[in-house]
Design a protein around this ligand. Sequence first.
Ligand SMILES: C[S@@+](CC[C@H](N)C(=O)[O-])C[C@H]1O[C@@H](n2cnc3c(N)ncnc32)[C@H](O)[C@@H]1O
Length: 275
Amino acid sequence: MAAVPEDATFTLKAHFDGMAPIYDGFGPVWYEMGGALLAKNPNPISSSSIVHDNACGNGVCSSLIVKAAGTNNRPTICATDLSPKMIAEVKKRPGLESVKSEVMNSEALAFPDNTFTHSIASMVHPTTLHPDVLTKEIFRTLKPDGVALSAQFASYGWIDFTQEAIRKIRPDAPPFPGPVPEEWKTVDWFKSQFVNAGFKPENVDVSKITIRILFKDMWPECRAHMCKAVVMMVAGSWSKADEEALYEELMKRFDPETSDGDGFDHETLLLVAKK
Ligand SMILES: C[S@@+](CC[C@H](N)C(=O)[O-])C[C@H]1O[C@@H](n2cnc3c(N)ncnc32)[C@H](O)[C@@H]1O
């Protein structure tokens, strides 16, 4: 993959630290994704399960697992994330008191080989710097017969109207590719991460769903966070005035009062792999 700047891990941590207090303000998207992913789990989670909520964010998947388990069937859950602020959110979340949460890089997990019965990485591959290393760590730490569950977007519904906003400010701007390389959004790429990590191809299944995000469900600060992130991705050497104009254009398109539609769709891949 492309070389990344030396401080990229730091930048990633800072980005997600910034998102931590407003993570639930992006609407129900993370819960719909995690819920759909957990519904694909072929090995029911029980009190004898040892689950890794990998790059757990504010604990979305842990909270879904705890809710489904009830009080008598609660598994051991280890939740890890690179962002200390995300882990702080997990620690203060009601219902997750028994979850063992800690700051940890998913590309260098501190767990021994063959630790987990279930390894869950929901919307993690596109956000890590080295998804191949992440997936090898998932394979290494999963017990034989264990299940890895992973989800990611196959399309980003906001890219088209973002492109329109960019062209309005800079008609000659090159096409906006979005946050991840085109190849990373494909079923083949996602599956190959797991096969290259050691899972047998016949034990890896990928399915697709669509998740709709409504502008009205996004907190204003989350819209602003997204628009700022897009300006940072796109603008580069643009003048300050053009950057600000792009930010204004984007904010109009993300605002339920001024946008053309009521939201956008994310095609989403759900992957199940058995070790
Ligand atoms: C989009 S969020 C997904 C969070 C959660 N899995 C969920 O279902 O909502 C991506 C998370 O990955 C974390 N992350 C990115 N790279 C990581 C890495 N190398 N190690 C650990 N966490 C990482 C970020 O800090 C962020 O919390």
